[in-house]
Design a protein around this ligand. Structure first.
Ligand code: SF4
Ligand code: SF4
Length: 240
């Protein structure tokens, strides 16, 4: 597996370890599974590798044709953080498509093992009902944003956008060329227009009081060593 995907797995695992056990979210709970998922190319390549390994490329192409309307993000998480750190007045994006995610099958995620971070960090303290919203603590929201910033940094310069757009745009990769047989070119072309580039981490937006709970998570991610004995921090900083 490529180094970036090794790091991604470390991030997923450390976040899972850090998550509170009182969270109501579990496999099969799917009210939150909409077409609002944003992710990076690293996460998309991880999903594509899984689909290729399972020989489900034709299924993937059919699934993508069920996707609804998506659009280009105005700002990435790191772009938003950079503006905030410069003291600019920025509003978080509110656009969304609440139709069910095309990967949802009978209330279960068909790519659960490789789902992106946005799906992993949704952590409600109560089980959501249709029409209700998840109840997520401020600490979880701050921790999730910080981890999203790290994942974006990992994939800097690569695609970032709606999950379906990133997956379709990645059909350009030589290992995914087989999709040309199954997918209409217009779908991939539009998706390439809809994605933006991931940006480097400009700094976190964590308050001092949040650091007490979120700091150990960041420390666990940064100090974790991957194959070859390099720490995630060194890999993210392109060192040693
Ligand atoms: S956020 Fe709500 S709908 Fe989604 S998994 Fe958690 S409890 Fe279920
Ligand atoms: S990828 Fe899976 S977990 Fe994420 S929104 Fe879609 S069905 Fe839900």
């Amino acid at each position: 597996m490529p180094l970036k995907e090794d790091v991604l797995l470390v991030i997923y695992k450390e976040f899972e370890k850090w998550m509170d056990e009182k969270i109501a979210c579990k496999k099969g709970c799917a009210v939150c599974c909409t077409q609002n998922v944003t992710m990076t190319a690293v996460e998309g390549e991880f999903i594509h590798r899984h689909i290729r390994k399972q020989g489900k490329m034709e299924w993937f192409a059919e699934t993508m044709q069920k996707k609804g309307k998506t659009r280009r993000p105005v700002m990435t998480t790191n772009g938003f953080a950079a503006s905030c750190l410069r003291g600019e007045d920025v509003e978080p994006e509110t656009y969304g498509n609440n139709d069910p995610c095309p990967f949802l099958n009978e209330n279960c995620c068909s790519i659960y093992e490789v789902r992106p971070f946005s799906c992993r960090c949704f952590a409600s303290t109560v089980t959501c009902e249709t029409g209700s919203t998840a109840i997520i603590s401020e600490t979880y929201l701050s921790a999730s944003s910080a981890v999203m910033q790290i994942i974006e940094h990992l994939g800097q310069g690569e695609y970032l956008g709606n999950m379906c757009d990133v997956l379709l745009a990645l059909c350009d990769l030589p290992e995914n060329r087989k999709y040309v047989e199954y997918l209409p070119a217009s779908l991939s072309n539009q998706s390439r227009v809809n994605v933006v580039k991931a940006e480097p981490l400009p700094g976190f937006l964590l308050l001092e009081e949040e650091m007490e709970k979120v700091g150990p998570l960041l420390e666990a991610i940064f100090s974790h060593e991957v194959s070859g004995g390099r720490s995630v921090e060194n890999i993210l900083n392109n060192r040693g």
